[in-house]
Each structure stands twice: as C-alpha cells, then as structure tokens.
Design a protein around this ligand. Structure first.
Ligand SMILES: COc1nc2nc(N)nc(N)c2nc1C
Length: 310
C-alpha cells in the first residue's frame, strides 16, 4: 500500500507540473482526478502514511482566525521605477559609473501585475508562504499558497534551504469568470486581477483561495544553500528546472538602447498575454555586479522597473 501511495504521489506531482507549470498536460483532468481520489482514499485508510508534501494536502481543512506575522529570511525590497527611455538611460549611466571599465549586461523580464510572495523550502519541501508585508515581515499565507497549483509542494531537487520570491496572479480569464459569478450573486466586483489575486490570497479560508484559479511566476532568490548562480539568466533557468513556473519572456542585452526598444515593443504585445503586466523589470545580469552595486535604503541599485505609460 505504501508503495502504491508513493507511486500515486510521484505521478500526481509530475502531472501537476506538466499541467500547471509547463501548460503541457499529458493526461486528461478526469484521469488526474481519478488518481487523486485513489490517493485520498488510501491516505484515509492509512493516515500514518500522509506527508505534508502529498498532493492531497494542497487544500487545508481549518479556517485561520487571523494571519500570523512572519519574518523574511532576507528583507524583501521594492524596485525604483522608470517611466520612460530617459529614466532607463539615467539608470544605465548610474550603473556604469559604479562599475567603471566593466562590461554590463541587462536581463529583462516582464513585471506581472499581481501580489509579491515569498516561499521557503526546506530539503525541497514547501514549509512556508508569506506576503511581502513591509519588506521585513509579512503575513503567513502558507495554507493559501499551497492551493496554487503552479507552486510545487516538493522541488525536483531536495536542496537544503531555498527562499524564493515571485508574483502570485490571477489570469485574465479567471478574473472575468470570477466577476461574472460575483455579478450573479450580487457581490461587489473586483476592480482588476491584481486586487482579485490579493483578495484571494488573503483569505482566512484556504478553500476559498483554492477556487480562485491563481497562478504564480517566480523571479528571485532570497536565501539559498546548495547553489551559487552566476547570472540572473542562469538563476531563472535553475528555478525552472527545480519545478517553478518562470515567465518565458526573458532577454539579455548588452546596451540600454536595445533594452528600451524591447520594453517599448511590449506596450502593445502585452494585451495579447493571458495575464496582466504593468511593465518590465531590468536587472544587471551578473550576480557579482549586483553584489557590488548593493542597495539603497529601500531598493536595489542593480534593478529598475519600467512602467508603461498609464
Ligand atoms: C529583484 O527584485 C525584483 N525582481 C522582480 N522581477 C520581476 N520579474 N517582477 C518583479 N515584480 C520583481 N520585483 C522585485 C522586487
């Protein structure tokens, strides 16, 4: 029985990864649900075999009274904003003036309009989820992030410790459907997918969060033991190999003019995406150079958010 339970768990983790992280399912929903029901019934007969990272543990039972406050392993910071090409050129001048005589590459990512979250994995198992909060402490939303199927309960490589950051978001489709439902029930509508995602994650009842079809893209590391990436681009590949959903639109440029062109190309393209973005994030690609540049009081000197004109 233990063998069958472990086999079912591995299968369900794999198919969850295929469907919710890669968007490339190999089996039908019905087949997935049948396996999950078999696992849940076996675990009910043999509860001693239940583990916290079992696919059956995604939706917790109890409703929390309020959110516990938790301290981030490393402070979560916010980004300075650039509102146009001139701001980006200024950012580039500042970076290069602080790295005299060095080549500088920029890695550019989309900026998802959602809610920043932090996830902690110990030996490859998800042990905590939190909101950014004030950057030093956030709200413990572990039960709620476990319901997000794009977030792995167990990593494909059990590294000792990882604190990873990303953006939880509600796809445009899910947002439209949710507001239709609320309309029918005479409930107040959410103004936009970002508010809907925030409202869905800060639910005291995880079963409500589980119904909201949330997803998440991961994009940075806070604390890590067992891995030393050299560049942001490599870091993103590594997160993807670990089983995280990582946004595929990432480019590396060695000059700010190409960065500007790429950012401006997304003014229109963004409307064809299945999720809302409010800009792009430009990061110095070399992690050694990020280290050298450091932080101001509240944000990194080595990154900036390019915001679309409203
Ligand atoms: C390095 O710090 C960050 N990187 C980010 N990257 C992306 N793609 N989106 C963000 N919202 C973001 N936010 C922060 C604070």
């Amino acid at each position: 029985v233990k063998k069958r339970i472990e086999e079912l768990r591995a299968l369900l983790h794999y198919h969850n990864y295929r469907y919710y992280v890669l968007d490339q399912p190999e089996i039908s929903d019905a087949e997935y649900d049948r396996m999950l029901r078999e696992l849940i019934s076996l675990e009910q007969q043999y509860p001693e075999f239940i583990t916290p990272d079992s696919p059956s543990q995604r939706v917790g039972g109890e409703v929390a009274k309020e959110f516990r406050e938790v301290a981030h392993l490393k402070p979560m910071y916010s980004l300075d904003n650039a509102f146009g090409p001139e701001d980006l050129k200024e950012f580039d001048r500042r970076v290069r003036s602080l790295l005299p005589g060095q080549e500088v590459e920029y890695e550019v990512e989309l900026k998802i309009d959602g809610l920043a979250i932090s996830l902690v994995y110990e030996n490859g198992v998800l042990v905590r989820g939190a909101t950014r909060g004030n950057g030093t402490t956030g709200e413990d939303i572990t039960a709620n992030v476990k319901t997000i199927k794009a977030i792995p309960l167990k990593l494909r490589n059990p590294i000792p410790l990882l604190e990873v950051r990303g953006e939880a978001y509600m796809p445009k489709e899910s947002f439209a459907r949710l507001n239709e439902q609320r309309e029918e029930r005479g409930e107040p509508l959410f103004a936009n997918p970002r508010n809907a995602a925030a409202g869905s994650l800060r639910q005291l009842d995880p079963k409500v969060t589980a119904e909201r079809d949330l997803s998440a893209f991961m994009y940075a590391i806070g604390e890590v033991q067992g891995y030393e990436p050299k560049t942001q681009a490599e870091l993103m590949e590594w997160l993807s190999e670990l089983g995280f959903k990582v946004n595929p639109y990432r480019e590396v440029f060695n000059n700010i003019d190409d960065v500007i062109n790429y950012c401006q190309s997304w003014h229109e393209k963004r409307f064809s995406l299945p999720y809302v973005i409010d800009g792009l994030v430009i990061k110095v690609n070399s992690l050694a150079q990020q280290e050298a540049l450091g932080f101001t009081a509240k944000s990194p000197r080595w990154a900036i958010a390019y915001k679309f004109p409203a």
